[in-house]
Design a protein around this ligand. Structure first.
Ligand code: ANZ
Ligand code: ZN
Length: 801
């Protein structure tokens, strides 16, 4: 019999596909399936990287078979610190190192045999690309969304650069792990806060994992409350606080200002001056995360008092670093009875605690911790006896009437610190003129090309290495022509990735970022596949950019990514696969020994695609054996005249149903197991009952094509079929022929339909529930099943907590 020679077959079909791409236009509807483009690092691809790329390719090929014209592009997010750090260490220009890495990545990516359209490649470091990154900045500047501000920013002393809030993780630099400090610097900021409400509201309609939507909405952090004015005793000064709990106002017993609050110097009484200044200085060195998380509360009394506007109580005014300068008004009224941080502070400094909300029916007793729940109002004058939930609104209304407060909404989202004091990024296209001020570089002069420098070493003074290149820095002002200076800060790595998906559809356009025609044809992205680590960074920035580009008429839609899928990580020995952990598995040998098709299938078989999965080198052998059995099945039936029996019809339709259904639920791992099960049944028929008919074999091969494309093409040809297997239409099952299998039934988790399963006539409850559990297994986000309800013929409903 004919042997399965994966190397020969894979080379053969790669050659053929290059001449005859399987992805055809022919007036088909479009489908845009996108991977988060990689940073071309020096260490290349490991099998963990393969996972997402295989997923998106299987999905793209599935869509091709469903009749779509698919755009599946690839490119490079190539600016950023690693290339620059490497340049500093090795003296190799980042552009050169990047080009080599891209070359290597591309060679490795080709091993996956994805249907990438390489004519649409983008690279963020290519001047033809970053011209438009700069152009967007200029448009934002003109719209008042890019502005300069002197401010204390997160500063990494190791990378010697400013960082966005998003790049600080647990108080450490996201890149190098060094504790982040503060530094006062002139920064370029993007006013993403102007889009806060739209970014929040439009999340609703996205077909994204709930987890990611929640992370974004928490990050945007909208809260309703009131701003209330407190008179400082014996001074003109009024202090405005932001509170989400106006209902607790009668319980305010002291106030706290952020150390950076503008009124601190004015209200500090002379005997307290030295102590306050000392405290303010030390607070400025801490990162905001540390300030929020420090268990031990610190603070100093200013010597001044404010007056509680409702009951006239005298409130000592303190300063403490648990109050952040850039949230709300930077000042708070403290209600230790009902707020945990205030409670800790009151205990620490022996300040009074007045309870104003009590659990219904409870008597008076000393509080051992803050009571943060709802209840009934006490010690609150006219509001006594009211439910606290209602008092929130009632007190706020009263404050408005009296002119002491206003209802407000606050967002946690901050404007985006957009400048970096580094070399390897897009130059910010601005000229500083002593006469005209800040002038954007005229559009016809874009791109502002990154010049060559002698040294990539950051200066550490807060200026980028570009500042040292006089002939580049000194330019005539674009407006008045007098001597002026270029901006020497560069953009953060996120700049290019915030809009690259728009460029793929019109890569060579030198007149526009993207033409209306191409944008209409291809955008937005239908399916976006990438890691969840980008939930609040890249995915929020991209949404902001898209909304802005919509507003200035570049694109006609408001959301860039209609559907999002986050693949889990590949782990080995319990840790995320990565070069630094020393646990990487290279795909090269596996491809050689077992073939690309086997590795593709094993990447999917390794576990539910949305969950982290443990890599096992031996696992690929099982998949390889399976492909050999498919090979054997087809070859032993070629040339046999096999009549179509009812049994074969049933199996063929069941196979179509199972594969399609699991694919649609994105259960790629169980799709692979379906293939294995059915193939065993077919082998059994082939051995014991006269064989498997050509239509069934052909169907199996078509269904298998997205997963193991080379083998599918080879077997399609061996079956004597015409053309490429990808010219087929995805098969559709005929329910009437599936015989004992009768109904499709939805499976709900906490009231939302998460999957459908096939329930057979007379199937018992336990078996149905087991199937249902299996179908939603990967969608419980770690919650445990509490309850299962089976309504025969209708639905299975699962409650998980
Ligand atoms: C009084 C109060 C009583 C509060 C109570 C809470 C509970 P979110 O939901 O995060 O918006 N706050 C306001 N500005 C702050 C700042 N700059 N730094 C630190 N804390 C600040 O929380 C708003 C609440 O956080 C506000 O409501 C304020 O404390 C505090 F029983 O005011 B609250
Ligand atoms: Zn000028």
């Amino acid at each position: 019999s004919v042997q399965y020679k994966h190397q020969e077959i894979e080379q053969k079909w790669r050659r053929i596909w290059e001449e005859r791409p399987v992805n055809k236009e022919e007036g088909r509807e479009k489908y845009y399936c996108l991977d988060m483009f990689p940073y071309p690092s020096g260490s290349g691809l490991h099998v963990g990287h393969w996972r997402g790329y295989v997923l998106s390719d299987v999905w793209s090929r599935y869509k091709i078979l469903q009749g779509y014209h698919v755009l599946h592009p690839m490119g490079w997010d190539a600016f950023g610190l690693p290339a620059e750090n490497y340049a500093i260490k090795m003296g190799v220009h980042p552009a050169k190192a990047t080009a080599e890495n891209v070359e290597n990545f591309k060679r490795q990516l080709k091993e996956i045999s994805a249907v990438y359209d390489w004519t649409k490649e983008v690279n963020t470091t290519d001047p033809g690309f970053y011209k438009w990154t700069q152009w967007i900045f200029v448009q934002m500047f003109k719209a008042g969304l890019a502005y300069e501000k002197e401010m204390p920013i997160n500063w990494c002393p190791e990378c010697k650069t400013g960082l966005a809030n998003e790049e600080v993780v647990n108080g450490e630099c996201d890149r190098c792990g060094t504790p982040v400090t503060k530094k006062n610097l002139r920064q370029w900021m993007l006013k993403i806060t102007a889009y806060a409400e739209r970014l929040l509201k439009d999340l609703e309609d996205l077909d994204w994992p709930d987890k990611v939507k929640k992370m974004q909405s928490d990050w945007i952090g909208k809260s309703h409350g009131a701003e209330i004015d407190f008179q400082v005793e014996g001074m003109e000064e009024k202090l405005k606080v932001f509170t989400t709990r106006p209902d607790t106002l009668y319980g305010a017993t002291f106030m706290v200002l952020a150390p950076e609050h503008g009124a601190v110097a004015k209200i500090t009484q002379p005997p307290k001056k030295e102590e306050v200044e000392h405290y303010v200085f030390h607070a400025s060195m801490k990162s905001s995360v540390d300030r929020m998380q420090d268990k031990e509360k610190t603070g100093v009394f200013t010597g001044s008092y404010a007056v509680n506007p409702l009951n006239g109580a005298k409130l000592p005014i303190w300063i403490s670093d648990y109050v952040l300068a850039d949230y709300g008004t930077g000042a708070i009224m403290c209600v230790p009875a009902h707020d945990e941080r205030d409670f800790a502070f009151a205990k620490q400094f022996d300040l009074p605690i007045t309870q104003v909300i009590r659990k219904e029916g409870a008597g008076e007793e000393e509080l051992l911790e803050a009571y943060t729940e709802e209840g009934v109002m006490v010690n609150s004058g006219p509001f006594d006896g009211m439910r606290s939930t209602l008092a929130k609104e009632a007190v706020a209304d009263y404050l408005e009437e009296q002119g002491i407060g206003d209802k407000t909404t606050n967002y946690k989202l901050r404007d985006w610190v957009f400048s970096r004091q580094r070399y390897w990024g897009e130059p910010i296209p601005i000229v500083h003129c002593p006469y005209c001020g800040t002038v954007p570089v005229p559009e016809e002069d874009l791109p502002v090309v990154l010049p060559e420098v002698e040294s990539y070493q950051p200066t550490g003074t807060g200026e980028s290495p570009l500042a040292a290149i006089e002939e580049w820095v000194n330019v005539p002002c674009p407006t008045c022509g007098k001597p002026a200076k270029r901006e020497t800060n560069t953009m953060p790595q996120w700049a290019g990735s915030s809009w690259y998906f728009l460029r793929y559809v019109d890569v060579d356009n030198s007149r526009e970022l993207v033409s209306k025609e191409q944008a209409r044809k291809w955008l937005p992205v239908d399916m976006y596949v990438g890691g969840i680590e980008h939930a609040v960074l890249h995915l929020l920035y991209s949404r902001f950019y898209t909304k802005f580009l919509h507003d200035i008429g570049v694109v006609e839609f408001q959301e860039p990514f209609t559907r999002l899928f986050n693949q889990g990580m590949i782990c080995k020995n319990g840790a995320k696969m990565s070069k630094s952990k020393g646990n990487v598995v290279s795909p090269d040998n596996l491809v050689q020994d077992y073939g690309c098709d086997s590795l593709r299938m094993y990447e999917l078989f390794v576990g539910p695609p949305e969950l982290d999965s443990e890599w096992d080198d031996r696992g690929i052998e099982g998949v390889y054996r399976f492909l050999n059995r498919v090979w054997k099945l087809v070859h032993e039936n070629i040339g046999r005249e096999v009549p179509v029996t009812q049994e074969l019809e049933k199996l063929r339709n069941q196979l179509i149903y199972e594969v399609t259904n699991r694919m649609n639920n994105f259960n790629m791992n169980t799709t692979v197991s379906a293939f294995m099960e059915f193939n065993n049944k077919f082998l059994d028929l082939s051995k014991n009952q006269g064989g498997v008919d050509k239509e069934t074999l052909s169907t199996l091969v078509v269904l298998l094509a997205p997963f193991a494309p080379h083998m599918a093409e080879e077997l399609w040809e061996a079956l004597g079929q015409e053309g490429s297997v990808f010219e087929n239409e995805w098969p559709v099952h005929d329910e009437s022929k599936m015989k004992e299998t009768s109904v499709q039934m939805p499976v709900q988790v906490n009231g939302k339909i998460k999957a459908t399963i096939l329930v057979e006539d007379g199937e018992d409850k336990e078996s149905v529930l087991a199937k249902a559990r299996g179908a939603v297994e990967g969608k419980l986000d770690g919650r445990a099943i509490q309850k299962e309800v089976y309504v025969p013929g209708r639905i299975i409903s699962i409650v998980a907590k």
